[in-house]
Design a protein around this ligand. Structure first.
Ligand SMILES: [Zn+2]
Length: 199
């Protein structure tokens, strides 16, 4: 069944973490699933990200030119980013081998791209031209390596997704308060009720 790419699925705050979160329930081998299982989802994700990540992308539209060829490049970056940033949240530092793998994966994402990137006001390059999803993902992941940004990376207390906490007091606990915050609250309420009933 086709994935509905709702705003909740873009709770990562940046493209690289939204992609990392396309594996749902990553820590639960029995229930985990992959929203990119079908390569056709890449183009649909790219279209949604073009709108929902417009600010990060500087208005560039994301495209997928060859989905079957793009998928392994995206998945390699996704897994490398998840490994590196998840550990960085937990331990406060990067594992050198994780960094090496992420950079190699990002290099593959940028291969054969003839584009001007990295100006201060437009890190993703010229807003007018479309940009390949795998190249945008590489830029997003590399940008996230900046220590100030990495220090704001979090793991959702409910679903385990990675997200960038851009709140002023850096106190966000949930990837999405409306979804994970409320589910956790409802669960606490349920457990309290049970305790009351069981005396
Ligand atoms: Zn969550």
């Amino acid at each position: 069944m086709a994935v509905s790419w709702t705003p909740h699925r873009f709770s990562g705050g940046v493209l690289a973490l939204d992609v990392a979160n396309t594996v749902v329930l990553r820590g639960d081998p029995k229930r985990r699933f992959d929203r990119f299982e079908d390569a056709a989802e890449l183009a649909r994700f790219a279209a949604a990200a073009s709108l929902l990540r417009r600010e990060e992308l500087g208005g560039r539209t994301l495209v997928v030119e060859d989905a079957p060829a793009t998928l392994p490049v995206v998945l390699r970056m996704r897994e490398a980013a998840d490994l590196l940033f998840r550990r960085a949240v937990l331990s406060g530092s990067m594992d050198a081998s994780h960094l090496a793998e992420l950079l190699a994966a990002c290099a593959a994402g940028l291969a054969d791209l003839h584009d001007d990137l990295g100006s201060l006001d437009r890190p993703f390059g010229d807003a007018v031209a479309p940009l390949r999803l795998e190249a945008a993902l590489a830029i997003s992941a590399i940008t996230l390596l900046e220590p100030q940004r990495m220090a704001r990376t979090r793991i959702c207390g409910h679903c385990g997704w990675l997200f960038l906490d851009l709140s002023r007091n850096r106190s966000r606990v949930w990837c999405d308060m409306a979804v994970c915050g409320n589910r956790r609250k409802a669960r606490r309420h349920y457990l309290r009720q049970k305790e009351v009933q069981h005396g």
